[in-house]
Design a protein around this ligand. Sequence first.
Ligand code: DAH
Length: 351
Amino acid sequence: MDGEQFNEWKDQMTQQAMNAESLTDLQAARHQWLGRRGTITGAMKGLSSLPIEKRKVVGRQLNELREYALDLFKRCEENMELQAETSRLQAETFDMTLPGLWPQTGLLHPVTRTRRLVEDVFLRMGFSLEYGPEIEDEWYNFEALNIPANHPARDMQDSFFIDLPERVLRTHTSPVQIRAMQRYNRALPVRILAPGRVFRRDDDATHVPMFFQVEGLVIDHGISLADLKGTLQTMAHELLGDDIKTRFRPSYFPFTEPSMEMDVTCAACRGEGCRVCKGTGWVEILGSGMVHPQVLRNGGYDPHRVSGFAFGLGIERLAMRIFGIDDLRLLYQNDMEFLSQFQSYTGRPGL
Ligand code: DAH
């Protein structure tokens, strides 16, 4: 082994490294020189058989050659990687004008939105929100509202009883009237709105076992039927539009006297008469009346000094009306495709 031999090797490996066409070629060449059985490695092993003087010289030259090889292959490898990256980037197209991907956002359920619309109307009229328990004492749900044990109204509202005879899933939000009166403790005016879930043993195209109601109650000195009509007409116009008409029909509820139901003009035919309204041009949206003296008394108020009106309406019916939905059950199937239709449309501009 001498300098000439080393120069030859150097040329050889340089040629190989420069001509390598792939990373695999390059690694094979590197292995051929620097691998465990490689030429340089072999030559280093052979050093021990040389006489000491020669060993020093050849050893130094070999070390230099090894350094050279390490550096050569490293740089060629880096070069090759850089080239690969560059051609990959050149081949890649990137269109800055493509629209981004929109994340899917959630939205409020039509029933929630309708409840909030109703709350908003009444909050602006000076009402405050009141809540009661969903599991209710029979006394609050029935007796205090003038519905005694043998009263036919108890059959009208087929109830879910929790423990007989004491507790029941409330069948309406009306018991919150009594709880509110107790909480106000004879203070005036009482002007509350009580939204919440109610439960009945019902399940068909127009009834579900759990639904939402909003209860309203106003008590003060000299509250009259005119206050009731004015308040509820205002609500109807706010929610359904100024061109809507309302009418009040005599009705019966044990907790009001007199009692009336409010109808609004049918949305499907605009009052002309159609299948939806059974040809009458009107659909019922709520029950109401002047609070029965006994109910006032049950809440701690003196019917000789104060009077009040109350009303109760179903939120789903109103939601169907506002959003133009024709089957109550669609509201509770949690079909995202169906529900997401109501992202911006409320059936009324500005809402
Ligand atoms: N509680 C009645 C129901 O569930 C609705 C109702 C009617 C509430 C008349 C009232 C009212 O406050 O005055 O059908």
